[in-house]
Every structure is written in structure tokens, then in C-alpha cells.
Ligand binder design. Structure first.
Ligand SMILES: [Zn+2]
Length: 236
């Protein structure tokens, strides 16, 4: 592909991407990041696999029910991409300092968590560490994605100054696997483009998809000059 070539493949091979969560969004994102040749993947999650996860968490299987998701994810990726270096973090991150310690080892971060508090931590840490990250959320047949590059566009706090009503990826009220897969693949696509320096990223653009109606729309998001975290500052 002209957009990649040997130089792009070298960039991907040298890239380090941290995926926070090892559920539905992460399953899709990790499959395609590994297949694209991203050299190092970090996976963080403190959950164990349950039967009800398997409709969308395609890195896992029924034989692994009860085992930690990060190890299952690592084993599956190792089967099809043995050259990928995988670092696992089987724990819950509860402070900005803890998150910073993880994030600083990577070039980009993908949010595959399922709650506002976790995304708020990711947002603060990535602003402090000046790392790009991709927000993704799903519910039912719907999903939304935005890419945050500190200093270049609005942050998650500019988008949601307080907890939004429905941006959970959790199984209740329910997520169909295709929604999680769709959003996870778009998140991987954003990170791959960022690594390659190609195309247009979803910076300041919240993409909303309704797969039931096949309706896609985009909300322009502005930097909030009063934002507690990024202060609405851009860089030259
Ligand atoms: Zn902000």
C-alpha cells in the first residue's frame, strides 16, 4: 500500500500501543493492531472471563472462563502474531499517578473501558504525559469514537464536563458484538493512522454510529477555554 510501504511498516513495528480494557472493544482493536504489525502492545484489565462476555469479547473462549482476561488476550494474540511483544497489567488502575506510570511507556492509548471515571483518569494522564488517546463507547447497536491529542484538540473533559448518561460498554442493558467490534476497529484505525502520519483523525470530531439504522453522524467538538484539564490550550 502506498500509505504504508517499508517505511510505514517500520513505524508500526517500532510503535507501542496501550489498550486499557480487554473486553469487546479491546478484542477487535488488539486483533487489528497486532495484524498491522504494531511492535508492542500493552493490555490492562483486572477482570476474569465470564460466559456472558463471549458474544463480543472475541479474544476469549469458553475454555478460559474464570481466567484473567489479559492473559487470555495475550495467549490468543501470540497464536496469530507470535512476534508481537505483549505486556500485561492484570490490575485496576485507580490513580492518575498509577495511570501515568503505565502510559509513559507507550506512544498511544486506546480506551476500551466502560465508565466515565476510568476515561477521566485516562484523559488526565494522557494530557500530563502528552500522549494521544482514542475514546470509544458502545451501547446496544450504537457507538461513538473521538481521538484526543493533547494540545491539538479538545479533551474528553471538554466533551463531557461531567458524567454523561449513557457511555457504558457494560453488558447491561446490552451490547451486540458487532457494535463493539465496529468501534474497536475504528479505534485501531485511528491509532494506525496516527503512527503512520496519514489521513484525517477524529480530533475535535465525535463520530456517532447507529448500526441498527445505519446512520452515521459527526459532532464538531470545540475546546472549552474553561476546561479544568486542558484549559482549551492549543500549541503552535
Ligand atoms: Zn479539555
Amino acid at each position: 500500500m502506498p500509505e504504508i510501504g517499508p517505511e510505514g511498516q517500520r513505524k508500526l513495528g517500532g510503535a507501542r500501543v496501550l489498550v486499557l480494557g480487554a473486553g469487546g472493544l479491546a478484542s477487535a482493536a488488539l486483533y487489528y493492531l497486532a495484524c498491522a504489525g504494531v511492535g508492542m502492545l500493552g493490555i490492562a484489565d483486572d477482570d476474569r472471563i465470564e460466559l456472558s462476555n463471549l458474544n463480543r469479547q472475541i479474544l476469549h473462549n469458553p475454555q478460559r472462563i474464570g481466567t484473567p482476561k489479559v492473559f487470555s488476550a495475550k495467549d490468543t494474540i501470540a497464536c496469530f502474531s507470535p512476534e508481537t511483544l505483549i505486556v500485561t497489567y492484570p490490575r485496576r488502575v485507580e490513580s492518575v499517578m498509577e495511570m501515568l506510570e503505565m502510559v509513559r511507556h507507550f506512544d498511544a492509548v486506546i480506551d476500551c473501558t466502560d465508565n466515565f471515571e476510568a476515561r477521566d483518569l485516562i484523559n488526565q494522564s494522557c494530557i500530563l504525559a502528552r500522549k494521544p488517546w482514542v475514546y470509544g463507547a458502545v451501547s446496544g447497536f450504537e457507538g461513538q469514537i473521538m481521538t484526543i491529542i493533547p494540545g491539538r484538540g479538545p479533551c474528553y473533559r471538554c466533551l463531557y464536563p461531567s458524567s454523561p448518561p449513557s457511555t457504558s460498554n457494560s453488558s447491561a442493558p446490552g451490547v451486540i458484538g458487532v457494535s463493539a467490534g465496529f468501534v474497536g476497529i475504528l479505534q485501531a484505525s485511528e491509532v494506525i493512522k496516527h503512527i503512520l502520519g496519514q489521513g484525517s483523525l477524529l480530533v475535535g470530531r465525535l463520530l456517532y454510529a447507529d448500526l441498527l439504522e445505519m446512520d452515521f453522524s459527526e459532532l464538531r467538538v470545540s475546546m472549552n477555554p474553561g476546561c479544568d484539564y486542558c484549559g482549551g490550550h492549543t500549541e503552535p
